[in-house]
Design a binder for this molecule. Structure first.
Ligand code: PEP
Ligand code: MG
Length: 904
């Protein structure tokens, strides 16, 4: 016979039917209460109704399973026997709390009812037991208010309306001519109870239930019901908590921190959640209920003071907290009450923490031999490492900005960190202002390749348009710049040199602050601190020995290096960025976008000459000018990277990106080039494309103009051969972009290999090199076996692959993608985290087909996804050799890769 399902689990008096491992059934709070009881921690007795009850309730039109009532009666009976009190007994009443508790904590989203079991008769029992009528009536008044609101639904109709109970309370205080609730007498509170009940009757047409059992069932229904209130649903959407999990409900004997001066309520962490320091950290209030601490009505006192106020209780609390941390092997966030000098624990859970604290606690706990290195690595969210690498806003200063209403708008957080500076709207201004010693934020509708130097000069970049792989986003990430993109609330007016956000107008030169970690844009200056890790690693302004943050960070990354299976390279095209990446432990370059080297001064002129040339010989002349410049660029990068592989991609973007756009610019260029304006104009127009992203770009350029590929290959091999002759060991990997067919790659490869042979011969040296391709079109994935015959490596360009697989423009989708994500159409922005079912499936096919032809084919990824922890785990799973990402994401990718290896 099938065993009868158990719906209620009891805990109390040192025994518990549940345990920590039963989180799915008992919820986080419930599992914690059971486990604490089990290991001898003082917990008020009670019972947990399982999450199964909740799912049953919703599956059966809000009916409860059969047998639940008996199990609850049984549980109540056990609580009564332990405490020697009875539910509903006018002499010595048992009062309970009814609280939600889901598998994952959903702070404040669901409902709670406290002091349940009070009515006009039982309140007398409470008066007698506590000899404190004021306390008894205050509890009763709070109960009626809470129950009337949460269970019966007497709430303000909208945001503008005031809470009906608060209005009555205000009136009472006015009538009594007192300022604080605490000045009201027991009689005042007794009258309030009657007035509250009358209001409920008047507004809802229902009597307030006096029968404690009816109260209990009402509260249970309300708490299960709150699983599906609007804010709980929104919270689950945000944190991807499945809607079918359901909540557990805990019914537990009340203990009071507000019965007198010998009572306390408090919250604490076993370690400092901001810094991770090993010190008992928390706050308490004497003579108060838990809600008072959270509500911030009274200023709580620091836990250290409890030692002086109640030395014995403090010692017990300290003992229990140490026990809990040792038991869970993890920093705990606890809630406690001291009733008449006796300590009771109400909750324990894993404490939330900053990135700094996460690293410190994990590394400290390994040093203290509490956890293993593997556990430590798994405990840190890879993205949390960002906090250690970026400047961060002073939390107090930022909070002040919030209070002062200075948070103006929110965009997509494309480049994390904190930046404050003066508003400029043009790249040239950013450069000029920086030269004058100003800090600036470059604010644009969107950025384009010719803004690069301005972006570099700015502290931060803000754009009104664009998504997470827009030009601004990927360049900023690569530069390690703070960046917020797609901030649609901003209206930039270049002509007036101002931007508007709702009613606020910001003019050129005004101060703003941009938080690239949250996407917030704030008016005015906000104090920020520089990263200690960078001060040691890059700036050299701090000694490694003097920085615990740096030491623990590097220790953690070393551990990750020992465990991960997948390599980590970087995307860069500048020698100084390459240096940063090497400092962060990059194992090579996975993508060098050569077109980024085409900008600036004389180079852009030479590029423009090449594009505008009438024939091949004209193009060759212009290309000859570029050759020596490109060679120097490559030499610089290859030199810094030593023997590590350096993947250099041939020209990719549509040519018109390099041409002048405005009338003014065209006139200027025509003058310097000595060609008629009309001719230049018509050439620019002839290069216009309706869909440049699907147009004449990628290898299609090298196919049309083989001399471009030839020049770039020559620059690469000249640079490599010169280094080789200097006794160095460079390792270029030449990568052809946007390949769809085998023949495209074949033609381009012939050119590259021909040049390689010729240059090596003329220098009399041999250089290790590979020729391969980007895989960034669906067709390339489907024909990967064919293409692999021509390729020594593949690198997934998941920016374009996402664009072409999903048919979403990477430059424009930012407008509606957030709403798509909000509606659950995509679980996450597919330009941020690989769309595993679609793009991921194409990658699987590509890997499998490619390796079928060439077992040892090297395969990596160089799209922006290479630095996204979830995508890194996916790349590990499909068997890639490496991921490549911006320098600042290298440590994050390393940690994510180690976690992926451990989880397998
Ligand atoms: C890609 O498409 O993923 C890629 C890396 O190339 P780009 O972003 O330069 O198009
Ligand atoms: Mg691409």
């Amino acid at each position: 016979m099938a065993q009868k399902k158990k719906y209620v689990y009891f805990f109390g008096g040192g025994k518990a039917e549940g345990k920590a491992a039963m989180r799915e059934l008992l919820g986080g709070k419930g599992a914690g209460l059971h486990e604490m009881t089990r290991i001898g921690v003082p917990v008020p007795p009670g019972f947990t109704m399982t999450t199964d009850v909740c799912t049953y309730y919703y599956d059966h039109r809000r009916q409860y399973p059969k047998g639940l009532a008996d199990e609850i009666a049984n549980g109540l009976g056990r609580v009564e026997r332990i405490l020697g009190r009875k539910f509903g007994d006018p002499e010595n009443p048992l009062l309970v709390s009814v609280r939600s508790g889901a598998r994952e904590s959903m702070p404040g989203m669901m409902d709670t009812v406290l002091n349940l079991g009070l009515n006009d008769r039982t309140v007398q029992g409470l008066v007698r037991r506590t000899k404190n009528p004021r306390f008894a009536y205050d509890s009763y008044r709070r109960f009626v208010q809470m129950y009337g609101d949460v269970v019966m639904g007497l709430k303000p109709a909208d945001k503008k309306e005031r809470d009906p109970f608060e209005i009555i309370l205000e009136r009472k205080k006015e009538a009594r001519r007192v300022r604080f609730d605490t000045d009201l007498t027991a009689d005042d509170l007794k009258q309030l109870v009657a007035e509250y009940k009358a209001e409920i009757k008047k507004r809802l047409g229902q009597n307030f239930p006096d029968d404690p059992r009816a109260q209990l069932w009402g509260a249970i229904g309300a708490v299960f019901g709150s699983w599906n209130n609007d804010r709980a649903i929104a919270y689950r959407d945000l944190y991807r908590i499945p809607h079918n999990w359901g909540t557990a409900v805990n019914v537990q004997a009340m203990v009071f921190g507000n019965m007198g001066e010998n009572c306390v309520t408090g919250v604490a962490f076993t370690r400092d959640p901001a810094t991770g320091e090993k010190r008992f950290y928390g706050e308490f209030l004497v003579n108060a209920q838990g809600e008072d601490v959270v509500a911030g009505i009274r200023t709580p006192r620091l836990i250290a003071e409890l030692k002086e106020v109640m030395p014995k209780s403090y010692a017990e609390l300290d003992r229990v907290c140490k026990l809990l941390e040792r038991h869970y092997k993890e920093m705990q966030d606890i809630e406690f009450t001291i009733e008449d000098g006796k300590l009771w624990m109400l909750q324990t859970r894993t404490g939330k923490r900053t990135g700094f604290a996460a690293v410190r606690i994990a590394v400290d706990m390994v040093d203290e031999k509490i956890i293993s290195k593997e556990k430590a690595l798994l405990r840190i969210e890879p993205d949390q490492l960002n906090q250690l690498l970026r400047p961060i806003f002073d939390p107090a200063d930022k909070e002040r900005a919030g209070r002062e209403g200075r948070i103006l708008a929110k965009g997509l957080p494309a480049g994390p960190g904190a930046a404050t500076g003066r508003v400029v709207f043009h790249a040239e201004d950013a450069e000029a202002w920086k030269k004058r010693g100003e800090r600036v934020i470059l604010c644009r509708v969107e950025t384009s390749p010719d803004d690069i130097r301005g972006m570099d000069a700015a502290q931060g970049i803000l754009t009104a348009r664009g998504g997470m792989t827009s030009h601004a986003a990927l360049v900023a990430r690569q530069m390690g710049k703070v960046c917020v993109v797609g901030c649609e609330a901003i209206h930039v007016d270049y002509a007036r040199r101002e931007m508007r956000v709702a009613d606020t107008i910001l003019k050129e030169g005004d101060w703003i602050s941009v938080d690239g970690t949250t996407g917030e844009v704030m008016r005015g200056e906000i104090q920020a601190f520089p990263s200690e890790v960078l001060q040691v690693l890059l700036a050299g302004t701090l000694d490694a020995k003097a920085s615990r943050v740096y030491q623990q960070f590097t220790k953690l990354i070393r551990w990750a290096d020992g465990i991960r299976k997948i390599g980590v390279r970087t995307n860069t095209d500048q020698p100084d960025q390459a240096r940063v990446a090497v400092a962060f432990g990059a194992e090579g370059i996975g993508l060098c976008r050569t077109e980024h080297m085409f900008f600036g001064g004389e180079r852009i002129r030479a590029v423009q000459e090449m594009i505008l040339a009438k024939d091949q010989s004209g193009r060759r002349q212009a290309l000859a000018k570029l050759l020596s410049m490109q060679k120097e660029d490559f030499k610089g990068i290859l030199d810094i990277m030593g023997a590590r592989p350096v993947t250099i991609r041939t020209l990719d973007p549509p040519l018109h990106e390099f041409l002048p756009k405005t009338e003014e610019e065209i006139v200027e260029l025509a003058e310097t080039m000595g060609v008629p304006v009309a001719e230049l104009k018509s050439k620019v127009e002839s290069l216009h494309e309706f869909n440049p992203m699907l147009g004449h770009r990628g290898c299609r350029l090298g196919i049309s103009y083989p001399e471009i590929t030839e020049m770039q290959a020559r620059a690469i091999f000249e640079a490599a051969c010169e280094l080789r002759r200097e006794g160095k060991n460079p390792f270029p990997e030449v990568m052809i972009p946007l390949v769809a067919t085998r023949q495209e790659l074949h033609l381009q490869r012939e050119i590259v290999e021909g040049v390689a042979r010729e240059v090596m011969k003329s220098h009399g040296v041999k250089v290790r090199y590979l020729v391969g391709t980007m895989i960034e079109l669906p067709r390339a994935c489907l024909f990967a076996d064919e293409i692999a015959r021509e390729a020594e490596f593949f690198s997934f360009g998941t920016n374009d692959l996402t664009q072409t697989c999903l048919g979403l423009s990477r430059d424009d989708a930012g407008k509606f993608l957030p709403s798509y994500v909000a509606q659950g159409i995509y679980p996450e922005d597919p330009f941020v985290s690989i769309d595993q079912g679609g793009v991921g499936e194409l990658m699987r096919i590509g890997v499998q087909k490619g390796r079928k032809v060439k077992k040892e084919l090297e395969i990596g990824i160089c799209g922006e996804h290479g630095g996204d922890p979830r995508s890194v785990a996916f790349c590990h799973e499909v068997g890639l050799d490496y991921v490549s990402c911006a320098a600042f994401r290298v440590p994050i990718a390393k940690l994510a890769a180690a976690q992926a290896a451990l989880k397998r």
